[in-house]
Design a protein around this ligand. Structure first.
Ligand code: UDX
Ligand code: UDX
Length: 461
């Protein structure tokens, strides 16, 4: 029996954002048919297999529940466009690597190609939803492309940025702080906005669905990420000062976090933020500000990225000075390579910079990570140095001079560090870029411990 669906939803781009978001919509809205397409056939095959291309706690169960019922993954983009009423666009918008704005502006080539494809294949009116993070005013460019057919087919463009964080994508999608939907303030724009709101209203309380004009919605995504990243750079800058003054970043964070205006979340000092979004989105914001002649504003936001680079550099510098100013031929074990815990993603991971710098110092590296070794190998492919990849942390640490904790995986908190200490070259060092282990206890075992933003605990005079 053929099931009649209320509407056909399409998503172009089956990545970290598109895949989980569509899975959640299909799961919560059985009345909609949801199809996700991608130009990459391998990705689509993976979405159709038992091993999904994206690791997210809880995602497998949801996909298995609805795949083949009202959730489909396909490479047939043309057919998908033809049959759809609502199209989410979630193709990647990386930082440009060439030409004007290289290293700063968003590369919109996939975005524009997708818009042209939509125009070419559409026979019925459609709502186009921007899911990818984009520079403010991109919807205008989208509209201009979509009206190249002299309005034979009507399109409404909406902005609906995604705020999910990796590792908690399912939780964030199921119970979002807010869903933001921006539209043109025209009759047709507002009607399109209501259609999208209706989808989310299947599971998101009405008061958490924020309606806005389209430009504010586009800009809000960049600003949200810039503010989050700014918090990390702010606390990381203070961690440097703590290390010089014997203050403890954990105590400072606790003290300021009690102020309800500041709040306690997202204040963990670290080796620096990574991930596909923060740096890209800030640079995008900086580029926009410069474009509009707002150089002071651009400089302000750019400093967030500068402090992040400084923090990564400082971590390696601290290792070098602590280990008697030479790392040559020393074996260093990196605990973690993912940009944060609970994901295999290594995009913009501080681990990449740190690994390369350590190799420049002629250290021998052993990298361990429960989910990210495949990506780590790809990231360091072609790097001239001695690197090995070992999943078991005990085996990875054996025979090393130092351990550097890069990712805050829970498993590292529960390791038998006495056993690890016994297997290492002495004096044994541990550099905790995430402050996740019990530093006092490690010191008592015999390690020389270098936390982030706290006094070092060493056995030297
Ligand atoms: C993407 C954007 O990079 C980000 O700006 C936005 O916030 C959300 O969407 P993500 O899902 O993490 O983020 O990207 P990625 O995992 O690279 O997925 C993008 C997918 O789009 C890839 O699978 C790629 O094959 C696909 N794609 C790209 C197309 O289907 N068509 C294209 O023309 C280009
Ligand atoms: C981020 C935003 O949180 C999300 O809303 C947006 O949609 C995409 O970008 P994500 O990059 O997946 O999500 O991870 P997030 O949890 O924000 O962490 C980003 C980086 O900051 C990680 O490297 C993390 O380790 C680091 N971080 C985070 C810190 O160093 N300290 C903190 O207190 C929090």
């Amino acid at each position: 029996m053929k099931t009649e669906f209320k509407k056909n939803i399409l998503c172009i781009g089956a990545g970290y954002v598109g895949g989980p978001t569509m899975a959640m919509i299909a799961y919560k809205c059985p009345q909609y048919k949801v199809t996700t397409v991608d130009i990459n056939p391998v990705r689509i095959a993976e979405w159709n297999s038992d091993i999904l291309p994206v690791y997210e706690p809880g995602l497998d169960e949801i996909v298995k529940d609805v795949r083949g019922k009202n959730l489909f993954f396909s490479t047939d983009i043309e057919k998908g466009i033809k049959e759809s009423d609502i199209i989410f666009v979630s193709v990647n918008t990386p930082t440009k690597t060439f030409g004007v704005g290289a290293g700063m502006a968003a590369d919109l080539q996939y975005w524009e190609k997708t818009a042209r494809k939509i125009l070419e294949c559409s026979e019925t009116p459609k709502i186009i939803v921007e899911k990818s993070t984009l520079p403010v005013k991109t919807a205008l460019a989208m509209e201009r492309i979509l009206t190249l057919n002299n309005n034979k087919v009507h399109f409404d463009v909406l902005s609906n940025p995604e705020f999910l964080a990796e590792g908690t994508a399912v939780k964030d999608l199921e119970n979002p702080d807010r869903v933001l939907v921006g539209s043109r303030q025209t009759e047709s724009g507002l009607a399109a906005r209501e259609e999208l709101v209706e989808i989310y209203a299947n599971w998101v309380p009405e008061e958490r669905i924020v309606k806005s004009d389209i430009w504010s919605s586009e800009l809000s995504k960049l600003v949200a990420n810039a503010f989050l990243a700014q918090r990390i750079s702010s606390i990381n800058s203070i961690s440097a000062l703590c290390e010089k003054t014997d203050a403890d970043i954990a105590n400072v964070t606790r003290a300021i976090g009690f102020d309800s205006r500041i709040g306690s979340k997202f204040l963990n000092a670290s080796i620096g933020f990574g991930g596909s979004c923060f740096k890209k989105d800030i640079l995008n914001l900086v580029y926009l500000c410069r474009h509009y002649g707002l150089n002071e504003v651009a400089d302000y936001w750019e400093s967030v990225v500068k402090i992040n680079d400084y923090q990564k550099g400082r971590f390696v510098f601290n290792m070098l000075t602590a280990m008697f100013n030479t790392l040559a031929e020393k074996k260093i074990c990196l605990f973690g390579f993912a940009f944060k815990a609970d994901t295999g993603d290594t995009r913009e991971s501080p681990a990449i910079f740190i690994a390369k710098r350590l190799i420049e110092e002629k250290a021998r590296l052993t990298i361990t990570d429960p989910k990210a070794l495949k990506n780590a190998k790809r990231d360091l492919h072609g790097v001239d140095g001695k690197v090995s990849y070992i999943e078991d942390p005990y085996e990875a640490a054996a025979g090393s001079h130092a351990i550097a904790i890069i990712t805050e995986w829970n498993i590292y908190k529960e390791l038998d560090f006495e056993k690890i200490y016994r297997s290492m070259i002495k004096p044994a060092f541990i550099f905790d870029g995430r402050n996740v282990i019990n530093h006092k206890r490690l010191f008592e075992i015999g390690f020389n411990v270098f936390p982030t933003g706290k006094p070092a605990l060493t056995h030297f005079e």
